[in-house]
Design a protein around this ligand. Structure first.
Ligand SMILES: [Zn+2]
Length: 121
């Protein structure tokens, strides 16, 4: 039986598919925490809390710099990550964002990869 990736609840329903390079994956919706998830999405192998990752990606797409996201993670989640790791999350998990945020994140990332070397923090 499938249980929610986020809260572990069994109150989940199959709802549509997500398409990506590797084909289509069954999507689920959790009625307990009202979130979407795809079982075994790769998060289970991550060292970090998926919630932390998703929030970091959102912050970046909302205009936070990688450095600011990093500081926020450190202060609020006691999570130490490099700006490079955050960048990797954005690339890897941008599909979790809504369409608008996703293109914003992509655009900002494109500029970032050029200017990153110049930054000192
Ligand atoms: Zn849930």
């Amino acid at each position: 039986m499938i249980s929610c990736d986020y809260c572990g609840s069994g109150k989940v329903v199959k709802k549509g598919f997500r398409h990506n390079a590797s084909g289509k994956k069954q999507k689920y919706f959790c009625h307990e925490c009202e979130r979407w998830f795809v079982p075994d999405d790769g998060f289970k192998r991550m060292r970090y809390d998926p919630e932390v990752i998703v929030r970091a990606i959102h912050q970046f797409s909302d205009g936070f710099s990688l450095g600011k996201v990093k500081n926020h993670l450190h202060q609020h989640d006691s999570t130490s990550v490099s700006r490079w790791a955050i960048r990797t999350w954005i690339v890897k998990y941008e599909h979790l964002l809504k369409k608008n945020s996703r293109s914003a994140a992509r655009q900002r990332l494109r500029g970032k990869s050029i200017s990153m070397k110049k930054e000192s923090t």
